[in-house]
Ligand binder design. Structure first.
Ligand code: APR
Length: 239
């Protein structure tokens, strides 16, 4: 793959790099994305029936089983060349932050360190009724030992606020970076989908890597349509 000299120069000169990732970076690890036609989770399941507090109140077992199934998929999956390429960029960049919308934990397993999870993590749990401290959970029985409440997955559901520390860290990093990557995300879910604009407004170079075109594609400085697990390692090798 050929990369323009100006792109390579921007990456070599960058002191602060931010990479935003979505479900697409885990697709080559066998994880389903959300919005891809036919294959995406939301083409098979209705988010309002599974990824909301209301759904948990209404159909707790159904929701818990669905997350158990997704959690097992994440455990069985392995980080791919795309995840590993980001670890390499983190090692080389003077400053780097990985902002992920993914809850699968594959970035951590690949070795990423400078990481914020905007939508939580499926391997963590929360007490649904009282949000009790997480050190007293009976995960096997899905119960909180502190209050007897039910355990819910430690992810952000539709209609819920993002973890404020993670969001503020992501926003300030985006506003200070030289290069901003948007990788494997449809760029339609906010506030994550707004981060590139904050970076752009601060003069950052925007690089998109995605299998399909997104609303960001015509606005990015560089947009590569294809598999992140193929393009990212080539880009790292070219820097
Ligand atoms: N390499 C790069 N991009 C890919 C690949 C791949 N191998 N496979 C799929 N893609 C792209 C698709 O073209 C799609 O545009 O990844 C994108 C995934 O988009 P979504 O399924 O919408 O996932 P994401 O952007 O992460 O969703 C954001 O929405 O449902 C909520 O909380 C959930 O975090 C999620 C958020």
């Amino acid at each position: 793959m050929n990369f323009s000299p100006s792109l390579l120069e921007s990456l070599r000169a960058a002191t602060k790099i931010v990479a935003l990732t979505g479900a697409g970076i885990s697709a080559e690890s066998g994880m389903a994305t959300f919005r891809e036609a036919q294959t995406g989770l939301w083409s098979k399941f209705r988010p309002e029936e599974l990824a909301t507090a209301e759904a948990f109140r209404r159909e707790r077992k159904f929701v818990q089983d669905w997350y158990t199934w997704r959690r097992q998929n994440a455990v069985n999956a392995k980080p791919n060349a795309g995840h590993l390429a980001l670890v390499e960029i983190e090692k080389r960049a003077p400053e780097f932050l990985l902002v992920t919308q993914n809850v699968d934990g594959l970035h951590q397993r690949a070795g990423s360190k400078q990481l914020v999870e905007l939508h939580g993590n499926i391997h963590r749990f929360r007490c649904f009724e009282n949000d009790c401290a997480s050190d007293n959970f009976d995960v096997e029985n899905g119960r909180c030992r502190s209050c007897g409440g039910h355990l819910r997955p430690g992810v952000v559901w539709f209609g819920e606020m993002l973890p404020i520390d993670a969001l503020e860290t992501a926003i300030s990093a985006a506003e200070q970076c030289d290069v901003f990557f948007s990788i494997g995300t449809s760029s339609v879910v906010y506030p994550a989908a707004d981060l590139w604009r904050r970076a752009k407004d601060s003069g950052s170079v925007i690089i998109e890597i995605n299998k399909d075109p997104t609303p960001l594609t015509p606005l990015a400085d560089y947009s590569f349509l294809g598999n992140a697990g193929e393009i990212l390692p080539q880009l790292v090798a070219a820097i």
